[in-house]
Write a protein that binds this ligand. Structure first.
Ligand code: HEC
Length: 257
């Protein structure tokens, strides 16, 4: 049993109210993480035309696709549920057939009106306007992936949001008993490194596609650190046998309250 830093307190030495707060926070945080993963899947899976999530979907999301247009990747990915397959195929046929204006007016315009204009009527400036040939044509140009301004917006949200999440999670985890101490510190620091790696790779993937692997690997490592801290914190908070380790030094403190 080594020595402890005088400011280090194990969960077993903390008041009930604090352990309850930590537990409630971790439970809601894990639910949040789960929904983030569902959102990730929903917004990227199928972009390459194959079901499921692959590295190619990530490349297309950030750097675009040399074969596909923004309209087509949206219709194969996040917008796929907005219309029946037969209508989506009509739109793909129109795109690959050379974006003919007469065909648009005969077949495509009515589909857009029925399935898309409820949201894409121009009232929301963040999503493309799909009313009329010219507007639709703009989204049917070669897909260049997420535009830089959107990336900047999402970056600042992620940088602040993830810093909060990992600050809170690591602060809770800092009360865990993990040896060697350097390993504990590495686990605390690592997610912050992966946040930066992940976000800078979004931009770099636009220039050099293999950075999509860095996005996926850093995201995975971030999740791994979160899971590790979560499980160790919860376990040590409620199930860890403390007796010999901390009881001796915390006895006088407990007596004071
Ligand atoms: C219920 C509202 C809604 C409907 C209906 C809808 N969309 Fe969208 N669409 C959105 C939102 C919100 C976004 C932005 C978020 C995103 O990209 O997932 C979006 C984004 C898009 C984008 C841009 C994707 C990108 O990569 O930037 C395209 C293209 C698109 N939609 C096409 C369509 C088409 C075509 C239809 C009809 C078949 C349709 N949408 C129906 C809400 C809708």
């Amino acid at each position: 049993m080594g020595k402890f830093h005088p400011l280090y307190l194990h969960y077993s030495e903390l008041p009930w109210s604090m352990r309850t707060l930590f537990t409630a926070t971790l439970l809601v945080m894990a639910t949040g993480y789960l929904f983030a993963l569902l959102h990730l899947y929903g917004s990227h899976a199928g972009r390459d035309g194959e079901p499921g999530l692959s590295i190619k979907d990530v490349v297309i999301a950030y750097s675009g696709s040399k074969e596909s247009t923004r309209l087509e990747s949206a219709l194969r990915g996040p917008m796929a549920s907005m219309l029946p397959t037969s209508e989506a195929n009509k739109i793909f046929g129109w795109i690959h057939g050379g974006l003919d204006k007469a065909v648009f007016e005969k077949d495509i315009d009515s589909i857009m009106e029925k399935r898309c204009l409820a949201c894409h009527d121009g009232s929301n400036p963040h999503i493309p306007q799909l009313g009329g040939y010219d507007n639709v044509l703009e989204t049917a140009q070669l897909d260049e992936g997420v535009d830089i301004f959107t990336l900047v917006r999402v970056s600042h949200i992620h940088l602040f949001g993830l810093t909060f999440i990992f600050f809170i999670t690591s602060l809770i985890f800092s009360h865990a008993y993990v040896r060697p101490v350097w390993l504990k510190s590495v686990i605390v620091a690592f997610p912050f490194v992966t946040i930066l790696l992940d976000i800078f790779s979004w931009y770099l993937t636009k220039i050099f596609e293999p950075f999509a692997y860095v996005i996926v690997i850093s995201g995975g490592l971030m999740g791994g650190c979160f899971a590790f801290m979560w499980v160790v914190s919860m376990y040590q908070m409620w199930l860890f046998k403390v007796s010999a380790r901390f009881a001796a030094r915390s006895a006088p403190r407990r007596a004071i309250g």
